[in-house]
Design a protein around this ligand. Structure first.
Ligand code: CMP
Length: 139
C-alpha cells in the first residue's frame, strides 16, 4: 500500500492558451488523485524567479521565467498514494518530443520551455513551490 502524500502541478501558459486545462486535470482525477487546492493566476516575474529558484543561473532561466509569467497558469495540489513519483510518471519527460505516448507531455506537447505542465520533483520541492504559488491566495 502506497503512502498518501501531496504534490503540485502547474498547467503552463501554453496549455492554458490551448484550452487543455480540463483534459489535463481530468487525467489526475481519473487516476484517483484528489484536487485539494486549485488556483488560476498569472505569476509576476519575481514570483516566477522564486518558483524556479533552483534553476537560477542556468542558461534557460531567463526564458523560463519570461514564459511562465507570460499568461495565466493553473496550479493544483493533488493528494493520493505516492503522488510525487506517480504524477511525475504521468507528466513524462521534460523534453516533450521525447515523452512517451500516454504521458501528458507525450500526448499534448512538443516543447521544452513550453512543455505543458510542471510537477514537483520531491516533497521538499512541493513544500517550497506550493508556498510560493499560493502565497496571498484566498482560501
Ligand atoms: P519544468 O518541469 O517546469 O522544470 C524546469 C523547466 O525548465 C522545465 O520544465 C522546462 O520547461 C525548462 N527548461 C528549459 N530548458 C531546459 C533544459 N535545457 N533542461 C531542463 N529544463 C529546461
Amino acid at each position: 500500500m502506497s503512502t498518501s502524500e501531496e504534490t503540485l502541478v502547474v498547467v503552463k501558459p501554453d496549455a492554458v492558451r490551448r484550452g487543455l486545462v480540463g483534459d489535463i486535470l481530468k487525467r489526475f482525477e481519473a487516476k484517483g488523485f484528489s484536487i485539494v487546492r486549485l488556483r488560476m493566476t498569472t505569476m509576476t516575474k519575481a514570483q516566477a524567479e522564486e518558483f524556479y529558484e533552483v534553476h537560477r543561473g542556468k542558461p534557460f532561466f531567463g526564458d523560463l521565467v519570461a514564459f511562465i509569467s507570460s499568461g495565466p497558469v493553473v496550479g493544483a495540489v493533488l493528494s493520493g498514494g505516492d503522488a510525487v513519483a506517480c504524477v511525475r510518471r504521468m507528466v513524462g519527460a521534460t523534453k516533450s518530443w521525447e515523452a512517451e505516448a500516454g504521458t501528458i507531455r507525450g500526448d499534448f506537447g512538443l516543447g521544452l520551455t513550453d512543455n505543458v505542465i510542471h510537477a514537483s520533483d520531491s516533497p521538499d520541492s512541493f513544500r517550497k513551490e506550493s508556498s510560493t504559488f499560493f502565497r496571498n491566495a484566498a482560501g
